[in-house]
Write a protein that binds this ligand. Structure first.
Ligand code: DAT
Ligand code: MG
Length: 147
């Protein structure tokens, strides 16, 4: 049983609607460990990198506009089986198909406003967490340089 990391991101609609606490508390109550958290205005380059597998989809430009439309809350959660479990807690991509009791099933209606992201494999959990940590360091260093 291997400890995994998953990258969870509350999307701009979730932040604007005041759902950050609700979402964090679902992961806390389940028993996973929060190991990183930052509010960010997602830069376009990060949104593009994060969504690069969807680049050929018709909704890609809309998706990039959505992700960069306001601050997001970036988190890293750790635990045994956290990647798959977080996907279950989040629910299906289309909130109308997501089971009641899941975050999307309880709190969302539109696929294009589905409030939260969760990594889809342990490999992507590592990759997305690494990208997040890089961004945090870059942000801290750029603030040091400009002060
Ligand atoms: P998930 O977020 O459940 O992992 P995904 O990785 O397939 O789903 O897609 C990433 C995001 O892209 C998804 O949360 C919302 C958007 N998206 C996916 N399919 C879509 C569609 N058919 N229409 C509009 N947006 C879509
Ligand atoms: Mg995905």
């Amino acid at each position: 049983e291997q400890v995994e990391q998953t990258y969870i991101m509350v999307k701009p609609d979730g932040v604007q609607r005041g759902l950050v606490g609700e979402i964090i508390s679902r992961f806390e109550r389940k028993g996973f460990k929060l190991t990183g958290l930052k509010l960010f205005q997602c830069p376009k380059e990060l949104a593009e990198e994060h969504c690069k597998d969807l680049k050929t989809k018709s909704f890609y430009p809309t998706l990039i506009d959505y992700i960069t439309s306001g601050p997001v809350v970036c988190m890293v959660w750790e635990g045994v089986g956290v990647v798959a479990s977080a996907r279950k807690l989040i629910g299906s991509t289309n909130p109308l198909q997501a089971e009641p009791g899941t975050i999307r099933g309880d709190l969302a209606v539109q696929t294009g406003r589905n409030v939260v992201h969760g990594s889809d494999s342990p490999e992507n959990g590592k990759r997305e967490t690494g990208r997040f940590l890089f961004l945090v360091f870059k942000h801290i260093i750029s603030e040091m340089i400009s002060s």
